[in-house]
Structures are given as structure tokens and as C-alpha cells.
Design a protein around this ligand. Structure first.
Ligand code: BDR
Ligand code: CA
Length: 312
């Protein structure tokens, strides 16, 4: 049976995705990485979420900065702690003594049917691939929340997870491991509304109330920063293909990561031309990714709400 490794930077939507994945899939472990906040905060948040959910899934602290640049963060969206509004108690559990990339390598070598869910900058996964190239034949698929077939959010062209470490993303997309990608072109088309936040806050389950508090903070940021009336739950869209395969439609295409463009660094360049070779045009490269092009947003939000409310 397929088992899953989860790489994240919690992060409001990471918290939601982790809770959905932990409830519905067989998770072998979690690695954390810098991203929405610094590595100390994202690791503490991952441990706190799992502890509050009474889940004993091992967590390895990953890498705190990108392969080339200095670390950026998304505290303007997720707050100083990376998970503002949740007010979870500080976790008593500690991360493993091995690093995030080491956990990915060990798991890939142990598991015969492993898929990786990656909802953060791809630094841990790229490092694991560079340090242990044999895992390229061991990982059956990597499901990435990142990039876009259209616009960005960190810059007009680039989505945050890819923009935070374009060199790492390029290594992963060119690794030969099958990639499933869901980007902003799909993840921003639906989200959690104020009514749904209120429904979480009124739930008897303590964890659902904590996540309701977190999503209240996050929705306010989405309203003030992006003038959106709902809070996208980007990261759960990398989980849904494994729990409910009919909810997101993908198309196979070639994806490259722009690492040098002055205006476009971190952009995922998705070849949607459906072109057969033609003189004078850049020839199409073989597909390396199944890219999300459309989603049943209502059903994904129902899945999120029902799962969060099922936690005691
Ligand atoms: C992605 O960036 C992060 O802020 C979110 O957690 C998500 O993974 C969306 O661009
Ligand atoms: Ca994330």
C-alpha cells in the first residue's frame, strides 16, 4: 500500500493539509523547512499541530535557507509565529535527531511504494536528491503545491514556494521523478469563507476551534492583502489527488523553472502549447509533470471542513 512523506512549512494552509493527510493517508513522517516563517517556528508549529491532534508521526527539522539566496518568509500572510491565531500550546515532543533530507532519504530507501507531498520550498527534497541520487528510482511521485500556469503571488510571475528556492525547484522538476503540480491558477479559485471560519470556531472539537482561530487570522490577511473574500487552502490541493482523485483535473506538460530572469526568477514555465514540432518554434520537450488545470473547489472545501470537524 502507498505510504506518504509530508514536507511542509506550517503555515495556515500547511496545517490544514497536514491534518487532512494525517487523517486520510498513511504518513510515514514529516519534514519541515523554512518558508512561511523561519525553521524554528515551522518545526515548532508542525510538532504543535500533530500533538494537538494526538498523532504520533515523526518530525525531522529540515533546512533553514535556500540553496543559493538568503531565506525569505511569508510572515505578512502567516504572522510572526507562522501560524498566528491558532494559539496552540507549545509542543512537548521534539524533532528526530536526523535532518529533514536524511529522513526523506531513509524513508525512500525503506519504503517500496512511497509518494512525497511537498507544500513548501523544495530545499529539503532537492538536497535529498543531490545527496542520495538513488532515491530518484525509489520515490514513485512528488505532489507539489507550487508554481502556477499563469500569475504569481511572491512576484507578478513567481509563486512563493518556487520563488523561495528556484534552484531547488529546478533540481526537483528535472530529477526524473514523476511530478504532480498544483499551482495558483487552481488553488486561488476557491477557499474558506467567513461563514466556514465561524462554523469551525463553533465546533465542539478543540483542534477544529484552534484551526478556526488560525483561519480567521489568515482570512483577514487574504482580505487586506489580496482583496479576496475567501482564504485559499493551497496546500491541501497537493493532498486531494490521493484522497479524492476525481476532484482535480491534471494535464501532462513540460515544466521548467526560471532561475535567472530579472523579472521572472522562480516562475514555473509550463508548456501548454500542445505543439507538435514546427520549424522556427521552440520544440516541445517531453512532459515531466501532471499539472492541475481545474478543481472542484466546493468538494475540496467540504472535505477540509468535514475532516477538521472530525478531530476530537
Ligand atoms: C504557498 O506559499 C505558502 O505561503 C503557502 O503555505 C503555500 O504553500 C502558496 O503560494
Ligand atoms: Ca506551505
Amino acid at each position: 500500500m502507498t505510504r506518504f512523506h509530508f514536507d511542509c512549512d506550517p503555515g495556515h494552509d500547511d496545517a490544514v493539509a497536514l491534518l487532512v493527510a494525517a487523517k486520510l493517508l498513511d504518513l510515514t513522517g514529516v519534514s519541515t523547512v523554512f518558508g512561511n516563517s523561519n525553521i524554528t517556528n515551522t518545526t515548532r508549529n508542525a510538532l504543535a499541530i500533530l500533538e494537538a491532534a494526538d498523532l504520533s508521526i515523526p518530525v525531522a527539522k529540515g533546512i533553514g535557507k535556500p540553496l543559493v539566496d538568503n531565506a525569505i518568509n511569508a510572515e505578512s500572510v502567516h504572522g510572526k509565529s507562522g501560524l498566528d491565531g491558532a494559539n496552540l500550546p507549545p509542543p512537548a515532543t521534539k524533532p528526530l535527531s536526523i535532518s529533514g533530507p536524511e529522513l526523506i532519504i531513509n524513508t525512500a530507501r525503506q519504503e517500496d511504494d512511497l509518494k512525497v507531498i511537498a507544500v513548501a520550498p523544495l530545499t529539503n527534497i532537492a538536497t535529498a536528491i543531490v545527496d542520495a541520487p538513488d532515491i530518484r528510482d525509489r520515490i514513485r511521485e512528488i505532489s507539489i503545491m507550487g508554481g502556477s500556469t499563469t500569475f504569481g503571488n511572491a512576484t507578478p510571475a513567481a509563486e512563493f514556494n518556487i520563488h523561495a528556492d528556484p534552484e531547488a525547484a529546478a533540481i526537483v522538476f528535472n530529477s526524473g521523478i514523476p511530478i504532480r503540480m498544483v499551482g495558483l491558477n487552481v488553488t486561488t479559485t476557491f477557499g474558506i469563507t467567513v461563514t466556514q471560519v465561524q462554523s469551525l470556531l463553533a465546533t465542539s472539537g478543540k483542534l477544529a476551534r484552534a484551526i478556526g482561530g488560525a483561519l480567521d487570522f489568515y482570512l483577514n490577511k487574504q482580505q487586506s492583502l489580496y482583496r479576496r473574500e475567501y482564504a485559499p487552502v493551497h496546500d491541501v490541493c497537493a493532498v486531494a489527488p490521493y484522497t479524492h482523485p476525481a476532484l482535480i483535473r491534471h494535464e501532462n506538460m513540460h515544466v521548467d523553472v526560471e532561475c535567472t530572469g530579472k523579472l521572472t526568477r522562480g516562475q514555473t514555465v509550463c508548456d501548454q502549447r500542445r505543439l507538435s514540432a514546427a520549424e522556427g518554434l521552440a520544440p516541445p520537450k517531453a512532459s515531466n509533470a501532471a499539472v492541475a488545470v481545474q478543481a472542484d473547489g466546493k468538494s475540496i472545501i467540504d472535505l477540509v471542513m468535514n475532516t477538521l470537524q472530525s478531530y476530537p
